[in-house]
Design a protein around this ligand. Structure first.
Ligand code: AMP
Ligand code: MG
Length: 521
């Protein structure tokens, strides 16, 4: 197995001078060198063949002992020096101080096909940033991260990727619902990949500690490697940087709203500076369309990170990033100006995206009104977000509201609820939608094709991941590959996989792991 190693982060940024792996506050450094923990009995469960190719490896490389040992932390690839990053963050609205890679260890960076990839192990043991936790990860959360990051990539959502999923052979103690019922679970490691894993929190910690030179070095590094399109100099460069991060963050969140992804823990330490979806923890997929929904039971009371609040939180987090960059600029006004534009840019992109989902080419006041009415109607009774939009592509300009209702009715969880006022409201919406379609030139089949490129047929429904987890607990790993393959083509009709194009089964409605997840992982 030969990799083209090209380390930039650890070469160009200041390292922690202390080399002992003890839990502590790490000052004026971007990372600390650490060694991953050796595992008892590493076993590779799944490899993303797609990601493998991206970094220049072959299937036979992935079957080698070196691969297994490198991606589980048991062997350090030649001439490389693993490290954990230092970052802080705002968690649930409050400054939490130093957080850092408590259980993520960066192995090295790879250069392939003119792309730079950082490879990181999640669950590979303690680092100086582990605080009171063990640095490990369990199988259930690792399956969820592995499958979902790859599924998101194939949906076209900006995301970190996952190369491999392995068992460590070690046991890990976890209290899933934080109710005093800790049990041992199987330990696992995911090797994940991204151009960079830098977060908003990497900047925040340096600003909070007034390590302004290092803050500037990190910002310059990020711009040089990941925002090379920024050509300005001096303060303008940092303002342009914030503008780019703002735009990428908006882009990512519009995609989340499009596919019905709820991240669950949008703390600033979980916000990628590249606008990638990062840290798959208590995330979930919308089944019934509901702005109020969050899968994260740790956030059940205030629902800060609920589906409908994600766009606002993106802006809130950018305020924290802007604060962190303040010392590089020394003037709040232009920073404020960049943030002030957030809402209008978001809304513009969101509205365009919703028009695409509905197959409308020319937005008008009437179509915008129809969209906001749809958001209301969808919440009158439990309506499956994915099925509704996918089935809507069957619409024909000649349909009557009744025929259209027949076409999408599989999306409703309780069809009996579609009566009286609710039915009348839906009929009115169908009528206005058909009216707008008839004002457009595009024909039915072209519209259907366009809609099917933005409305996925298959997403990683919460219960699907849970099925894979329960089977893997019993040493049956076939479901992991099955779902991985299914979700590689989420927009395709896959007749053999029709069973996954169905509403969530009733047993999964309130099941832990399906609709209820905690941060325990
Ligand atoms: P999260 O909420 O998963 O983004 O984690 C917040 C912080 O807690 C990050 O600094 C993580 O590295 C750290 N963390 C989470 N789980 C563990 C663990 N099992 N061991 C050590 N650190 C952890
Ligand atoms: Mg995190």
């Amino acid at each position: 197995m030969e990799l083209h190693i090209k380390n930039t982060f650890s070469k160009e940024l200041p390292a922690d001078k202390v080399i002992e792996n003890t839990r502590r506050q790490v000052h004026d450094a971007c990372f600390s060198y650490v060694t991953p923990k050796k595992t008892a009995k590493p076993k590779l469960l799944h490899v993303s063949d797609d990601m493998l190719k991206e970094i220049g490896l072959t299937k036979s490389d992935s079957e080698s002992d070196t691969f297994l040992h490198v991606v589980t932390g048991n062997e350090i690839y030649k001439n490389t020096h693993p490290y954990a990053m230092c970052y802080g963050g705002h968690q649930f609205g409050n400054w939490a101080g130093q957080l850092g890679d408590g259980r993520a260890i960066n192995l090295f960076e790879i250069q392939h096909n003119n792309k730079q990839w950082a490879l990181q192990l999640k669950g590979a043991g303690e680092t100086p940033y582990s605080r009171t936790a063990d640095g490990l990860a369990v199988l259930r959360s690792s399956i969820r991260e592995h499958l979902c990051s790859e599924a998101m990539f194939h949906l076209g959502v900006p995301t970190t990727r996952s190369l491999s999923l392995s068992l460590t052979g070690d046991q890990v103690l976890r209290d899933v619902m934080y109710n005093g019922n800790a049990t041992y679970e199987k330990g696992a490691v995911v090797s994940r990949v991204a151009p960079s894993f830098i977060r908003f929190g990497n900047f925040e910690i340096l600003a909070a500690r007034k390590h302004i030179n290092t803050l500037q070095t990190l910002t310059d590094y990020t711009i040089t490697h990941f925002y090379p399109e920024i050509k300005s100099e001096g303060k303008q460069k940092y303002l342009d940087f914030l503008t780019h991060v703002r735009n990428n963050t908006i882009e990512m969140i519009v995609h989340w709203q499009r596919v019905g992804f709820v991240h669950g823990v949008m703390n600033t330490d979980n916000m990628s500076i590249l606008g990638l979806t990062i840290d798959y923890g208590p995330y979930g997929w919308l089944e019934g369309f509901d702005y109020e929904w969050t899968p994260n039971t740790t956030d059940a009371q205030h629902k800060r990170y609920r589906f409908g609040n994600q766009p606002y939180i993106g802006m809130w987090n950018l305020y924290k990033l802007a604060n962190a960059l303040y010392d590089l600029i020394g003037n709040a006004e232009p920073l404020q100006g960049i943030l002030d534009e957030y809402e209008a840019i978001y809304l513009d992109k969101y509205i365009k995206m919703m028009h695409q989902k509905l197959g409308i080419q020319t937005p008008t006041e009437a179509s915008k009104k129809m969209i906001s009415e749809l958001e209301r109607v969808l919440q009158l009774t439990e309506t499956d977000y994915t099925i509704f939009f996918r089935k809507l592509s069957y619409v024909s300009k000649n349909d009557t509201p009744t025929i259209l209702f027949e076409k999408v009715k599989d999306a409703f969880y309780t069809i009996e609820a579609l009566q009286g006022d609710v039915l009348n409201t839906w009929t009115a919406w169908f009528t206005s939608y058909l009216f707008i379609l008839n004002s457009e030139i595009i024909d039915d089949s072209s519209r259907a094709r366009a809609m099917n490129l933005v409305n996925p047929k298959y997403v990683l429904r919460n219960y699907m991941a849970q099925l894979a987890i329960e089977e893997a607990d019993n040493e049956n790993y076939t479901r992991i590959s099955e779902l991985y393959e299914l979700l590689k083509k989420p927009y395709d009709e896959q007749t053999e996989n029709e069973k996954w194009f169905a509403k969530r089964p009733e047993w999964a409605r309130n099941k832990i792991g399906c609709s209820m997840l905690s941060c325990s992982s």
